[in-house]
Design a protein around this ligand. Structure first.
Ligand code: G3P
Length: 226
């Protein structure tokens, strides 16, 4: 399982990379716009924080294949590192994914709502496909079910593309897509924190410290006692 953070917020990225085993960052035009700063500075700053090896997924915003391809080359040149260009699964996007595959540029097919879209994107040559779990749930669909079907289709048809499940509103959605075999997830900073939270974990840690300090003294650690 690969963990990615779905944000363009630098403080959130610093925090997640400090504490958690992160594999990358995903952004989209909405997330970048929220930062209200120059686009390139944001992306370059993210690259500085996460390093060149970590995955950075950045979305092209053109609506024609030729322009998407142009954007993909440009983004690779100016941001660099382990970059994936996110391309929506509209017909022009599938064409762009095919072209970019032939030119050795890595892509993530995005805005996926059905397993069929994901399979076509994989066959076209995308490295990752990003189904939007919560947005599917919000239209009375079964987001986790779609992810499970994609995993199954990729196995059945020997596709190397990986599932990057996206759009989560709660930890249970993350848990169930993980069980269904999704290869990676991208979550917002709040969900990333919530994935660890449990009141009994906090209670247990506090109890251990209380018991320990009762015998060995306040602020003492195993380094300080015989
Ligand atoms: O990056 C795309 C996806 O994560 C969207 O998530 O939370 O806006 O549905 P959300």
């Amino acid at each position: 399982m690969l963990y990615l953070l779905d944000t363009a917020n630098l403080e959130a990225i610093k925090k997640a990379y400090n504490f958690y085993p992160m594999d990358g960052v995903t952004t989209n035009p909405t997330l970048v716009s929220k930062e209200k700063r120059e686009f390139l500075s944001i992306l370059k700053d993210i690259r500085k924080i996460i390093g060149s090896e970590s995955m950075l997924h950045v979305q092209a915003v053109s609506l024609t294949a030729e322009k998407m391809v142009e954007e993909a080359f440009y983004l690779n040149e100016v941001i660099g590192g382990n970059l994936y260009v996110k391309i929506p699964v509209i017909p022009e996007g599938i064409k762009a994914i095919k072209l970019l595959k032939s030119k050795g540029i890595k892509t993530t097919a995005t805005a996926i709502f059905t397993a069929g879209q994901a399979l076509m994107a994989a066959i076209a040559g995308a490295q990752f496909v990003a189904p939007y779990v919560n947005r599917i749930d919000n239209i009375s669909g079964d987001g986790v079910g779609v992810v499970a079907e994609i995993v199954q289709l990729f196995e059945l048809h020997n596709q190397d593309a990986k599932v990057l499940a996206a759009s989560f509103k709660n930890v249970q959605q993350v848990h169930t897509v993980s069980l269904s075999g999704a290869h990676s997830i991208t979550v917002n900073p709040e969900i990333m924190d919530k994935m660890l939270e449990h009141p009994l974990t906090d209670w247990s840690v506090n109890q251990f410290i209380t018991d320990w300090e009762g015998i060995y003294g306040k602020k003492m650690t195993t380094l300080d006692v015989k």
